[in-house]
Design a protein around this ligand. Structure first.
Ligand SMILES: [Zn+2]
Length: 215
């Protein structure tokens, strides 16, 4: 099975990908990892990628697609794979389809994990954790029983991740939208796009994804 998982930051894409790997033997292939591997292994396209990067140029889609083509020929991809970070625009999606079709393969599913951005922003910016035991809390949804005292260990020191502020979160959504939205009509027209509600509980989302994949 060949799959692309799309989802906003915080939609739980990583968690769901991990489950698909564990339960169905799919491999998650991130563009960054594949590039680094190809460069390290000095493959034909790894060498080309390195030359481009050394020259301060972007690695072309052609190089990336060839690196993916090499990678999916490896034995661990025989049950299928999940592409992560590619494609990010329609020309890349077309190049990917062309490469797969040359190999007699095709993209089976593109699963979009939809989110309610306002709700998700609220979830993210309210998070904080106990500095002593790492117990997670939330300004609205899970306050300690006594303000500023950890329920679990009695600690009084809490931390917030620097990235969990509204500006950073909105910028991440913006990037996500610009990289994802153009792909949706393309995959919709190919009949491979499905949407699941990424705001549901992890188990529920996993169930929805399984139903889409028919596994
Ligand atoms: Zn604690």
């Amino acid at each position: 099975m060949i799959l692309i998982l799309l989802g906003a930051p915080g939609a739980g894409k990583g968690t769901q990908a991990q489950r698909l790997m564990n339960e169905h033997g799919l491999v998650q292939l991130s563009t960054g990892d594949m590039l680094r591997e190809a460069v390290a292994n000095k493959t034909e396209y790894g060498i080309k990628a390195k030359a481009a990067m050394d020259a301060g140029e972007l690695v072309t889609d052609e190089i990336v697609v060839n690196i993916i083509a090499d990678r999916i020929g490896h034995d661990d991809c025989k049950n299928g794979f999940i592409l992560d970070g590619f494609p990010r625009n329609v020309p890349q999606a077309e190049a990917l389809d062309a490469m797969l079709s040359e190999k007699g393969l095709k993209l089976d599913h593109v699963v979009l994990m939809t989110v309610d951005e306002e709700e998700l922003t609220k979830r993210i910016i309210g998070r904080f954790t106990c500095s002593s035991c790492n117990e997670g809390y939330h300004d609205e949804f899970k306050r300690p029983a006594v303000d500023n005292v950890c329920d679990k260990c009695g600690g009084t020191d809490f931390t917030r991740r620097k990235d969990d502020n509204i500006e950073t979160v909105q910028a991440r959504f913006e990037t996500y939208r610009s990289q994802t939205e153009p792909l949706l009509p393309y995959y919709e027209s190919k009949g491979v796009l499905s949407k699941v509600n990424g705001m549901s509980a992890i188990e529920e989302v996993a169930g929805e994804i399984k139903a889409v994949l028919g596994v």
